[in-house]
Ligand binder design. Sequence first.
Ligand code: 0A1
Ligand code: ZN
Length: 854
Amino acid sequence: MLDAQFTPQVPHTVRLSDYRPPDWLVPTVALDFDLAPGCTRVRATLTVTRNGAHDRPLVLDGQELRLLSLTVDGVADATQPVGEHLTLRLAGDTAVIETLVEIVPSANTRLMGLYASGGNLCTQCEAEGFRRITFFPDRPDVLSTYSVRMKADARAYPVLLANGNMVARGDDDGGDTHWAEWTDPWPKPCYLFALVAGDLQPLRDRFTTMSGREVQLAIWTAAADVPRCAHAMAALKTSMAWDEVHYGREYDLDVFNIVAVADFNFGAMENKGLNVFNSKYILADPETATDADFDAVAAVVAHEYFHNWTGNRITCRDWFQLSLKEGLTVFRDQQFSGDQGSRAVRRIDDVRSLRAVQFQEDAGPTAHPIRPDHYIEIGNFYTATVYNKGAEVIRMLYTLLGEAGFRAGTDLYFERHDGQAVTCEDFVRAMEDASGRDLTQFRRWYEQAGTPRVGVTLAHEGSTATITLTQTTPPTPGQPIKLPVHLPLRLALFDRASGARIGDERLVELTEATTTVVIPDVPTRPVLSLNRDFSAPVIVEHACPAADRVFLSAHDDDPFARYEALQQLALDTLSAEGPCDDLVAALGATLGGDDPAFIAEAVLLPTEAFIGDQAAVVAVDAIHARREAVRHAAATAHRDAWWAAYRGNADAAYAQTPEAKGRRRLKNVALGYLMATGEREAEVAAYAQFENANNMTDRIAALSVLANSDAPERTAALAAFYDRFKGDASVIDKWFSVQAMSSRADTLAATIALTRHPDFSHNPNRLRSLVGAFGVNQLRLHAADGAGYAFLADQVLSVDPVNPSTAARLMTPLGRWRRFDEGRAALMRAQLQRLLKTPRLSKDVFEMASKSLA
Ligand code: 0A1
Ligand code: ZN
């Protein structure tokens, strides 16, 4: 499939099976930075010690560093780096290595290492960015204590921050330059190193820990943004208290600093005592942030804070263990978020995104286990599988062990491994030892990729119900044969006549390919509710009559299961032609409920992408047409109820409470349905809402339905929104997104035109807002002529030389060619081949493209 003539040199594959402990340890590191954007000098003093009896050299990683001088035990050394390594043969068992290197932060467009963002200097070292700052054994199992000195222009960079505590500061050159010294008492891997120099102002607060330690908190941003940090600060304090109550974990430094930067590849970074955030996950006020943005800020603040124990105090032995910290920390942030509002709505949200992103990944060419066993570029493995499926695996442990058993397991894990770099196996063993449960088979979740399918049949004879459950996992690349996994399924039976549950919910543990559950004393054929609260990350295949789904959507006492019944009914209805009366009626019944937040989630139809995921071949246009037709039917059938939901929740005063957010959500979901009636009145209401909104949730919801329509106000609304918010990057991101996500026929043309807009740039948030958003627009990306694919590949090629990690993420949709008809598949493959033939392609994009074609 690859054209041999153009096949680039294949980059090196790193394998878990090749893991060896480090040959040399680095107990202490002293760094001295002379900071300036055009040229920064870094002097690093490393004490190194031989790890065990061997005669191997000390190999230091270094990338894009200019080595100015090197001494070993104070003696000048002429050794030069070869490729990306500096190899030193040392005679004794200890040595002091001092290097002086020069780096250019202003030219660092990859945003890995030390780089410039919005006039400030900041670092990002996970996973392998520290080697772009100084020569070092850049691997997470080398733990060191750091002392950092930095010096910079006092006017341009009045604030100098690093990990830990500031121990000294002063002026030089009559006050033109200044310096600060920071030390971090906790040994850490170099990926947790951070420094920031900038013109920043703090929002300050304090937190007293459970043992009475007073912690100074600060969130640093540009002065104008300080008031927009209040929500993040509140979330930080809530998280600190929550981790004490729920996991017994206390903060361990006197200061906790957070810095918000505009240019950042991911969401945020848990550097010890100095978290660096994508400003999108810090800044929030009602005018510019939606309710979803507020929730995301709190979740990410919590996530990074929780890493202080799950990631920092106990870190990963190697990058294959990434889910050790990420799966566990996502699970913890999900629990935290569930405790802040409606637990059911949070669960629905988490499952929706798992299915949208992780299930697709598991079904595609880059499917990998939550603990991968090989990679070319580790940056490609910060995936929904490692994070979100990883969290589901932890959640299954929680379900299997129960709250107390799980807590005993985490207590033991913290006690046993504090200060160490460990493996997923160490975590599972702690769970096993604390609970006494045998998790041998459970470990397969760490090794096997792919989403298990659970087939279900229900038989009823006399007064016995028999449920037969079979599990299979489809083959994934490199893993043709799968073994049964240990999975917990919550299930319950309901009495059709009374609507009541029959007996208690059961927790059934599947370990074999087939499991039979026999339930006595069931006088009439019951209705089966399965995988309640989504207890296992599987696809349930249950050919269940529509009437049972309708029943469960009304009567199930597990809210997730109620939501799920309606979703499955919708999927069945949308995946076939024919009448949609059952679904329309069930939507109407759900709309009559009394919890706005729940109703709003439950009545949303599955996305076109999710409908496509259910079919062997995604029928792009037919899915769109069918979904629009059903939406129209549901909109017109319940027209009055939608208007009631819209008007009845429209005048709610603005508040950031779960109740107010639920009402806004329902109102805006109703607006979507009202637009689907095609009534002019709906367009008028949308435009009025757009103009009069006192918050971003309402304004962007209205803009988004207008952007998706032919309403005469559409152009004016888009223009007014831009004028109102120009200069506010995170809001302008939304403006790009609503246009790229529109189902209108001119969306590709509009998206291409937007790449020429003066505000379009290679900033990762901006790229995601336009190109990333277009990439998930199933209807328009998959235009039959292939123009959407060509656009995506053009963008990947334009971004790759600048920021390969972001480029590699943008191309994911092209890898799904096997799911489409032959014509589209050929066009997608052609773009992947075009990428692969490009000279000087990054290893990030190479890995994604080559795996996608394999
Ligand atoms: N550990 C961070 C994720 C992260 C990874 C890489 C980054 O830069 C390339 C940045 C952040 C987290 O889980 O939040
Ligand atoms: Zn994380």
